[in-house]
Design a protein around this ligand. Structure first.
Ligand code: F6R
Length: 234
């Protein structure tokens, strides 16, 4: 893993932009994308840049079950307002939170991933080491599935909702096996709440209890961390 330390998340966004620029220049055309607080500065940099994604495809990591594209808390809405409206892609794929048949939606999204191998996968990390919504104990060869979110993840995501009770209990998420299949991975983490997860991911043993630790086995991972998130690294 290549660890890049930055002063703050604004500088993190600037470093991430360089990774996207290089990937595009090297022929990357399929981007795996993440939502949440962490990639906000990255998307701002991408939007402000002159990068052209019109020949590119995106596949997102996850979506809340029960939320549709017009719901401001949905990841579909997030992606449109943070990136896609300003930077059109050839195609954007996300799980459909309103799908009537969850099993069929899981099968559909697995086909989407299989048809669009990811060149560069952007990731955040949960306080418990989750990637996507692959919570501790998730299978390392896993594919897309409907996942029950843990209490710690629901609590962490409650900041975006009026009440913790409004946070969806389930999400569709790409599996760890699909994340690991990306040619290149860029993981970002900012703030002291991520320090334990970053230390466990980089310096700890590879274990399903820290889902991100499997990234130690991926040949091309860049980690961008601010000082607070890097504080417990060896
Ligand atoms: C989001 C995702 C999650 C987040 C993680 C960190 O698409 O897959 O794994 O990256 O929960 O969230 P933030 O960035 O809000 O701290």
């Amino acid at each position: 893993m290549k660890v890049i330390r930055v002063a703050n998340e604004n500088d993190g966004g600037k470093e991430a932009l360089k990774v996207f620029e290089a990937a595009l220049a090297n022929g990357a055309r399929t981007f795996g994308l993440a939502t949440g607080g962490t990639p906000e500065t990255t998307y701002k940099e991408l939007v402000a840049s002159d990068l052209d994604f019109s020949r590119c495809t995106s596949v997102n990591l996850d979506e809340y079950v029960g939320l549709g594209p017009d719901d401001p808390q949905s990841y579909n809405y997030y992606m449109r307002t943070r990136l896609f409206d300003a930077k059109p892609f050839k195609a954007n794929y996300l799980p459909d939170g309103l799908a009537a048949d969850p099993d069929a939606e899981v099968a559909r999204y697995n086909e989407v991933i299989a048809a669009h191998p990811v060149d560069l996968q952007l990731l955040g990390i949960g306080r418990n080491g989750h990637i996507g919504f692959n919570e501790p104990g998730s299978p390392v060869d896993g594919k897309v599935r409907k996942i029950k979110l843990t209490e710690s993840t629901i609590e962490a995501n409650a900041r975006y909702f009026d009440n913790e009770a409004d946070v969806p209990q389930y999400a569709y998420s790409m599996g760890i096996g699909q994340i690991m299949a990306a040619k290149q991975i860029l993981l970002e983490a900012f703030g002291d709440k991520k320090a334990d997860a970053i230390a466990a991911m980089v310096d700890g043993p590879v274990t399903p209890e820290v889902p991100a630790s499997i990234l130690q086995r991926h040949p091309n991972v860049t980690v961008i961390v601010d000082e607070a998130a890097a504080a417990k690294l060896k």
